[in-house]
Design a protein. Structure first.
Length: 107
């Protein structure tokens, strides 16, 4: 659970913060950084899960492994698009929050 939170929420926010430091809160850059962060989080999480499975199967860690099968290419593309939309949603929340902050600060 903690690994998923880091991969799917904190990594996009980190990339958003780094992008906003470099170029400011420009809409296109912020949304792109959030989507890229989300997709990088997916690959980071998949790598983490694979390492955990290997350590369980080799006997270095205790636990059980459940095989869920492989997804069809259509489902993989659908999942990537859903994660990209989730990343864009995170970016939109950050942009709305920043806009509300700047309006409240200037008022």
């Amino acid at each position: 659970m903690k690994a998923a939170l880091i991969s799917f929420v904190l990594l996009p926010l980190l990339l958003l913060a780094l992008t906003s430091i470099a170029v400011g809160f420009q809409t296109l850059y912020a949304l792109a950084a959030s989507v890229v962060g989300e997709l990088l989080g997916l690959f980071l999480y998949a790598t983490y899960k694979q390492v955990k499975v290997v350590s369980i199967l080799s006997g270095k860690a205790s636990g059980s492994v459940m095989y869920v099968g492989t997804a069809a290419p259509r489902n993989i593309v659908k999942g990537l698009l859903e994660l990209a939309a989730f990343g864009m949603l995170i970016g939109l929340f950050v942009l709305v929050g920043h806009r509300a902050y700047t309006r409240a600060r200037s008022a």
